[in-house]
Design a protein around this ligand. Sequence first.
Ligand SMILES: NC(=O)C1=CN([C@@H]2O[C@H](COP(=O)(O)OP(=O)(O)OC[C@H]3O[C@@H](n4cnc5c(N)ncnc54)[C@H](OP(=O)(O)O)[C@@H]3O)[C@@H](O)[C@H]2O)C=CC1
Ligand SMILES: CC(=O)[C@@H](O)[C@H](O)COP(=O)(O)O
Ligand SMILES: [Mn+2]
Length: 392
Amino acid sequence: MSHVVPSTPSDGSGKRTVALVGATGSIGTQTLDVVERWPDRFEVVALACGRSSDVIEQARRFGVSLVGVADRDAAREIREALPGVEVVDGPDAAAIVAGCGADVVVNGMVGSIGLSPTMAALRAGSRLALANKESLIVGGQLVHDAAAPDQVVPVDSEHSAIAQCLRGGRAEEVARLVVTASGGPFRGRTRDQLKTVTVDDALAHPTWDMGAVITINSATLANKGLEVIEAHLLFDIDYDRIDVVVHPQSIVHSMVEFVDGATVAKLSPPDMRLPIQLALTWPERLAFAPTTMDWTTAQDLTFEPLDDDTFPMVRLAVQAGRAGGTAPAAFNAANEVAVETFLQRGLDFLGITEVVAATLESHDVQTAESVEQVLAAEADARRTAAELIRRR
Ligand SMILES: NC(=O)C1=CN([C@@H]2O[C@H](COP(=O)(O)OP(=O)(O)OC[C@H]3O[C@@H](n4cnc5c(N)ncnc54)[C@H](OP(=O)(O)O)[C@@H]3O)[C@@H](O)[C@H]2O)C=CC1
Ligand SMILES: CC(=O)[C@@H](O)[C@H](O)COP(=O)(O)O
Ligand SMILES: [Mn+2]
C-alpha cells in the first residue's frame, strides 16, 4: 500500500485550510456540511465548480478568497456577486483552485476532467482527499508517481473502508481485497429485462443518493469496474487478488482478507460524510458520527456473486486495467461518452456497455508516460465511442 499510509496525527491545534473542487455537487456539498461542523479545525479557502450559481452562497458562507468557475458566462455573474473575491474562469479554473497550496484539497469533480486538478494538488504538496476516482484511473502511473507516500487519501466509500481495514497492518499479510457492490437498481434482472429500462429507472439507486453519472455507473456496474482499478492503483494489489461481491444493503463498505484467513470489514450506514470527514483528518477520527448502526435491532447483511454475464463492466474494466497504459483511460472515456448520451436519451441502457466493449476492442494500447499521451488516447476513445453511437 504505497499511497494511503498514516501521516503524523494532528495534535488538534491549528486549522487545516481546505480547497474544494466540485463544490456544488453531491460530494462537494457534503464536504461543506462536514467542514461547517468543525469551525475550529477547518478553514475553506477556495472553491471551484462548473457553472452553478450555488457557489455564490457557498463562497459567502465560508468567506473564501478564491473561486474557480469553468464556464466563462456563468463566471461573469458569479464575479459580480462576489466583490473582493478572486474569480478565475475557463478550463484551468479548477486546477488553479486545486493548486492553491491548501493543506487539503478535496477533488469532488465528476469525470476525467478531474485529472488536472488532481495533478495540481499533488504538485502543490497538498493532501489530496480523492473522490474523483476517474483522475486516478486515467492518470494511472502518472498520478501514482506524482504522489508522495501519504498524500492521497481515498474518499470513495469502498477505498476508505479498505484503508481503514489495512490501518496498522503489514502489506505482506494481505491476501485479498474484497470490494462490495450494491448491485444497483437492476440487481437480479436478466439482460433481456434490461432492454427497456429508462433513465429514471437507472437513476433510482437503492442505497446511495449521488450525482447522475456515478448513479448510472452503479446501474451498469461500471462504477465497480472503475473501483477495482482504483483499488489496484491505491493499494498496489494485483487484479488476481481483488474480488467484487454484491452486498445489497451497502453497510459493509469493503473487506480485507489476511493470509491467516481473517477477514476485516468496515461497516456503517451508507453516508458519505463519514469517509469525507475521515479523509480531511486521516488518520485521525473526529468525534462526530453522521449516522450509526443500530445493533439492537435485527440486521440482514447478505452477499451474493456478481452476475458477470448480465453486467460485464467489471470484467471489461479489469481487462483494461491488466492491459495498462492508455487502456483504462479509453475504458473511462468511452463510458463517459456513452453515459452522457444515455442521460440525454440518445442511447439505450445496454448500449452503454456495448459501446464501451467495442471502443476497448478497437483501442490501440499505448504507454501512458505523459498527461498529453493520456489526453490523446482519451480523445481518440471519445471519437470512437461517439462514432459507434452514431452508427447504432
Ligand atoms: N456522490 C457520491 O456519493 C460519490 C461520488 N464519488 C465520486 O465523486 C466525484 C463527484 O461525484 P458527485 O459529487 O456525485 O458528482 P456531481 O455531479 O454531484 O457533482 C459534480 C461537481 O463537479 C463540478 N464540475 C463539473 N465540471 C466542472 C469543471 N469543469 N470544473 C470544476 N468543477 C466542475 C460540478 O459543478 P456544477 O454544479 O457547476 O456543474 C459539481 O460541483 C465523481 O468522481 C464520483 O465518481 C465517489 C463516491 C461517492
Ligand atoms: C458511495 C460510493 O462510494 C459509491 O461509489 C457507491 O459505492 C456506489 O454504489 P455501487 O456499489 O452501487 O456502485
Ligand atoms: Mn464507491
